[in-house]
Structures are given as structure tokens and as C-alpha cells.
Design a protein around this ligand. Structure first.
Ligand code: HEM
Length: 480
């Protein structure tokens, strides 16, 4: 009874209020770039959406002034603390339950179903485990799928002279999809729902969503996915005789408790499609455009592929590993042209004390601005020059052969996120991009249509968008 007495209650309220004020004042001591958060939140019409690049570059330039590289930024979907890479080590000992994914917030989770990723780490475990261990087995069948898909595609396109002109990004979506996932839900839909919703303030999302074409479409695709996948899941559960080696089977095998419910498996599969397809397709499209921009590199990489794969006949983990110049080219392209400005987009479920003494309160959203760091001469000599063999040459040094690969993560490499929280699908993504290059470079000459060149990428909030319409000309080569 005592604990509910008035003085005790007043004391408790006072203590809680003081603690909250203390936490707030500590957080508010973090400097800010750009406007303060407004009451309603933010949309794609915001200052940030148009000026993200300059704001992030300003934050990076001031990193020595700003509390060792900490600043607040009001982004399209939330207010965040941008944390310099030197603090990444402070997060490494923390569990995933403290440093959480942000799918519900950043990818409109309740409307896209992507919040499933925050329920458990199943998607992480399956990608880091079974998928990464199966690259050798998957490589040949996936290349065959890519090849089939490309041939079918060309049958539907009019030839101009002896070549075909195709929009590269949609083509990459088709090739990646055909190879990886036997997809049931178009990967383009989740980002579409998110961006349609981001045009409105968050509090209006429940009202706006039912009227969005993209949301109605995703809902009907969800039910289609359920209809298609449910019998498959039931059947696989009954006959678990090891004959299937794919994501669906790995999810079924690894899921425990609630994760094993059919509906959750379907949603997890959709999250994986989203995480895998759009990203890999976009990076592949950027790499292909970079190659068209540098025809001398096409010759060099084609030569390497011919040699390493015995002209496409030996497709294995070992032959893919030999593609060191190709790997270096992909990594250099991704260093200068990443998919966005920030990575390690996480939500802190509990307070985290950084090594400089700053306390980030629980419920803080954080990010790491890797874009400016990857163009910093401190880490990359002559950083703005595209050096196709930058990483290949580094690997030639004594004891460095296994380092500097496209899939590397490390104290100053953040393309894939950070340390133990980094993308678990990166080994597959790297193999997939190389398989696409094997198919295209061994069979076609590539280039931009006459008079066209590599398009500029467009800043869209925290993302850098690639052209959806830029075409590449494919000219079939005589097979040698
Ligand atoms: C070039 C293509 C790709 C890029 C650039 C990329 C990038 C990333 C990044 C930066 C993260 C970390 C996000 C964060 O910490 O906030 C991430 C997470 C993730 N990626 Fe990838 N990714 C790619 C391809 C793939 C593929 C092919 C798969 C699966 C087959 C995949 C599965 C995942 C999953 C499951 C997560 C969430 C990890 C978790 O649960 O913590 N990704 N990806």
C-alpha cells in the first residue's frame, strides 16, 4: 500500500521526469543539421528529401567539430542521430534486440508486411548460413535461368540492325528475379507503397493507404502469394527428404515457434525477395552502365571471365573466386555509386553509451553516413577517380589476397552495413552479379545507344535513384 502513497508517487513522477529531461538534454546536446522535427513528421516534399546530399556532406565535413561525428538529422521518415564510423565498435557487443532493424518505420512495415523482419533473425540466419554455403551448387542452375530469361526477353524485342536496345534496370530486375527467387510478389511494389505513403504525413497513413493503387495491388499480391505458397509449404513439410535446396526450404527447416507459422513464412519470403532483388538488380544495372562508359574495361573483364570459367563451361565457386578484376570493378563502382547515402539504419531499443561518453537514449534512430566516408582521401587515394583495378591491386600485396573483396566489411568499409549486423546476403549478391556478367559479356557486345551516356543518379532523400529507362544496346557476338 505504501508504494502508492502520495509522497512516494510524487517522488516517482519527479524521478521519472528528471530522468527523461536528462536523457532529452543529453540528446539535444547533439548538434543538428537542417530543420528541427515538426509535430506531424516529414514527407517526400521536405527539405531533407531535396537536400539530403548536401546536408550529409556538411555533417561529414564538420565531424571533428560535431561531438566526434554525431549530429541529428530530420529525415523523410524519422529524426535520426547520424553516428560516425568511429563509434561502430561501440555497437558491436550489443545484441540485435537492442540494435534493431527499422523495416516497420523505413519501409512502411504495417502496410508492406516488411515488419516481419523485426520479429526474429530468421532471415539473417538463413542468408548467412544455408544460402551462402550453397553458392557453389546454385551457380550453374542460376546461370542457366539467367540465360533462358535473357533469350526469352530478346524474343520479345524488336531488333534494330544486328542489336537489341533494352532498358537496363528493368532487365536486371527480370534477370535477378529469374535466377534467385522464383518470386511470387513483384519486388518493385514494396518500395512503391513506401514512397507513395511518404508523400503524406505519417499520422495520415492509415487513412491514405486504402486509397493507394500500390497498396491495393500489394494486398492482392499478398493473397496471391499466400494462395501459391501455402500448399507448397504444406507439401514440403510432409516430404522433407532433402530434395529441395532453396530459400523456402531453408526457412521451413530453420523456423521455430511462431516463425514456423505458414503466414509468417510467406511474409518472411516476401521480405527476402525485397531485400535481395531490388538491391542486386540496381547494383548490376549500375555496374553495366559503368562498363558501357568504359569499353576498355569490358574487354579486360570479358577476358578474365573467359579464362576463369573456361569460356563459360566451368561455373563453380572456384571459378567465380578467380574473377578478381571483375570483383574489383564491381566494388569500385559500388564505392562511388552506392544505393544511398546512409547505412546501418537502426533503432536503439535501449540506451547506448558511446565511447566518447555520449548517451544515446532508448528509442533513438541511428544511421551511419557511408557515402562521404567512401569518397574521403583519408581512406581512398585520389578518391573521385574511378580506378577499376584499385582493389585488385591492393589484393596483389603480400598477405592481402583475401582482403579488399566486394563482400568485405571492416573498420572503414560500410557498403554492406556494419560488422555482425552487415548484409548476410552479400556473398550471394556478389555471385549473382558475376553470373549476370558471365552471361552478358560472353555473349554480347554492350554499349549505350548512339549519342547517349551514363545517366546522372537522382537524389531522393536518403536514396540515390538509378535511371529506370536508360537503355543499353546488346549485340550478339559470334561464339568462339
Ligand atoms: C548488391 C546487393 C545488396 C546490397 C547493396 C545489400 C545491402 C544491405 C545492407 C546495407 C544491409 C544492412 C542494413 C542495416 O544495417 O540497416 C542489408 C541487410 C540485409 N540484406 Fe542485403 N544487400 C544486397 C543483397 C542482398 C541479398 C541478395 C540478400 C538475400 C538473398 C540480402 C539479404 C539481406 C537481409 C536478410 C538483410 C537484413 C539483415 C538483418 O536481419 O539484420 N541482401 N543489405
Amino acid at each position: 500500500m505504501d508504494v502508492f502513497s502520495f509522497p512516494a508517487l510524487a517522488g516517482l513522477v519527479f524521478a521519472t521526469a528528471s530522468l527523461l529531461l536528462l536523457l532529452r538534454s543529453r540528446k539535444s546536446r547533439i548538434p543538428r543539421i537542417g530543420p528541427k522535427p515538426g509535430f506531424l513528421g516529414n514527407t517526400t516534399k521536405s527539405y531533407f528529401f531535396q537536400h539530403s546530399q548536401e546536408m550529409i556532406e556538411e555533417g561529414y565535413a564538420k565531424r571533428f567539430l560535431y561531438k566526434d561525428g554525431l549530429y541529428s538529422l530530420w529525415t523523410t521518415d524519422m529524426d535520426r542521430v547520424v553516428v560516425s564510423h568511429k563509434f561502430m565498435k561501440d555497437f558491436m557487443p550489443l545484441p540485435r534486440s537492442t540494435v534493431r532493424l527499422t523495416a516497420s518505420r523505413r519501409h512502411a512495415g504495417p502496410y508492406t508486411g516488411l515488419d516481419i523482419a523485426e520479429e526474429s533473425s530468421l532471415q539473417f540466419e538463413v542468408c548467412a548460413g544455408q544460402l551462402s554455403q550453397s553458392i557453389g551448387t546454385l551457380a550453374r542452375p542460376v546461370l542457366d535461368e539467367i540465360s533462358y530469361c535473357m533469350n526469352e526477353k530478346l524474343r520479345t524485342v524488336n531488333k534494330t540492325g544486328d542489336s537489341y536496345a533494352l532498358a537496363v534496370f528493368p532487365l536486371m530486375i527480370e534477370l535477378v528475379t529469374s535466377g534467385v527467387a522464383r518470386v511470387f510478389v513483384g519486388p518493385e511494389l514494396c518500395p512503391k507503397v513506401t514512397s507513395d505513403l511518404q508523400a503524406h504525413y505519417r499520422i495520415f497513413h492509415p487513412l491514405v493507404a486504402p486509397f493507394l493503387e500500390s497498396y491495393r495491388s500489394i494486398k492482392s499480391r499478398f493473397s496471391l502469394a499466400r494462395q501459391l505458397l501455402t500448399p507448397l509449404i504444406e507439401e514440403r513439410r510432409l516430404s522433407n527428404d532433402g530434395k529441395y535446396q532453396d530459400m523456402m526450404q531453408w526457412l521451413i527447416d530453420s523456423a521455430k515457434g511462431k516463425d514456423a507459422e505458414t503466414d509468417r513464412l510467406v511474409r518472411r519470403m516476401l521480405f527476402l525477395n525485397m531485400a535481395a532483388i531490388h538491391t542486386t538488380a540496381e547494383v548490376s544495372a549500375i555496374v553495366l552502365m559503368e562498363l558501357c562508359h568504359r569499353p576498355e574495361c569490358i574487354v579486360m573483364i570479358r577476358e578474365e571471365i573467359r579464362e576463369a570459367t573456361n569460356n563459360g563451361r566451368d561455373i563453380s565457386l572456384a571459378s567465380l573466386k578467380k574473377l578478381k578484376k571483375t570483383d574489383s570493378f564491381i566494388r569500385e563502382s559500388h564505392r562511388l555509386d552506392p544505393l544511398g547515402f546512409m547505412t546501418f539504419n537502426r533503432h536503439l531499443a535501449a540506451p547506448v553509451k558511446l565511447s566518447n561518453g555520449t548517451l544515446l537514449p532508448g528509442n533513438t534512430y541511428i544511421s551511419m553516413a557511408h557515402y562521404p566516408a567512401q569518397r574521403d582521401p583519408e581512406y581512398y587515394p585520389d578518391p573521385l577517380t574511378f580506378d577499376a583495378l584499385r582493389f585488385y591491386n591492393l589484393r596483389q600485396k603480400e598477405g592481402q589476397a583475401e582482403r579488399h573483396q566486394f563482400t568485405a566489411v571492416g573498420p572503414d568499409v560500410f557498403n554492406w552495413g556494419v560488422g555482425k549486423f552487415a548484409c548476410p546476403g552479400r556473398f550471394w549478391a556478389s555471385a549473382n552479379i558475376k553470373l549476370i556478367l558471365v552471361e552478358l559479356l560472353l555473349k554480347y557486345d554492350l554499349g549505350f545507344p548512339q549519342g547517349e551516356t551514363k545517366p546522372e543518379r537522382v537524389v531522393a532523400g536518403e536514396k540515390l535513384r538509378t535511371s529506370f529507362t536508360q537503355r543499353i544496346v546488346f549485340k550478339p557476338m559470334a561464339r568462339g
